[in-house]
Design a protein around this ligand. Sequence first.
Ligand code: SAM
Length: 248
Amino acid sequence: MNDPEPETSAGPGPASGRSGDAPDRAGFPRVTSFRTRTGVLKPSRQDAWDRLWATFGRDAGAGPIDVDGWFERTAPTVVEIGCGMGTSTAEMALAEPGVNVIAIDVYKPGLAKLLQLIEENNIANIRIVRGDAVTILEEMIAPASLAGVRVFFPDPWPKKRHHKRRLLKPEMFRLIATRLQPHGVLHVATDHAEYAEFIEESGNSEPMLGSVTWPWPMSSVRPETKFEGRAARVGSAITDLAWGRITE
Ligand SMILES: C[S@@+](CC[C@H](N)C(=O)[O-])C[C@H]1O[C@@H](n2cnc3c(N)ncnc32)[C@H](O)[C@@H]1O
């Protein structure tokens, strides 16, 4: 049986009417952008998890990351938020061995798949953090430390009453901007036209972000994921957006 895959980003809201509200530090529920989904792994992925997680992964809440120590080198570092099954993560990391890639998601089966891709392709430049990207950026990633942030096909939460769950909104743009180095780049892709407009407006209204200057500190070439393939089949246009940090 296949693992439950993340729903298409053009899909409906919560799969079961439940979504993951995480307690914030004051103990109040904070609305999150991800769904609560089963984390059951098929045996091959469980095996990869058991052997590889301690080397390549860590959980949210583990404290600030010493990036140079974890990768055992100093290199430009890119964070991918919501890496899903890790398809783009693995391909882009292989194409750019000189870039450190930190992949973030809450979805354990997807992260286990990424561990398998790391092992099968002998990829040295990926590390994984499991948990809510908001908490991870706030608590684990140093300000002004990232060459880039990637957010590919974030869940659009299309129903108006769910818009508050969207990952990319003005306060998230501010948080991401603070983690980028000056001239660091945020690259976003979405297949949802209305969310694309909202994302564009939110990004354009963040004073720390402006037009991207060329060359980017990391690749702008985005491989096609399952989400993108599905979107193309139903005729949804893909929008790529990018901003650079314009403040010191
Ligand atoms: C629609 S999927 C896209 C996956 C992948 N980027 C792709 O293009 O195939 C969105 C992913 O973002 C993850 N996600 C949503 N909100 C998140 C958050 N706050 N922190 C970490 N991951 C999150 C979900 O678990 C899901 O795997």
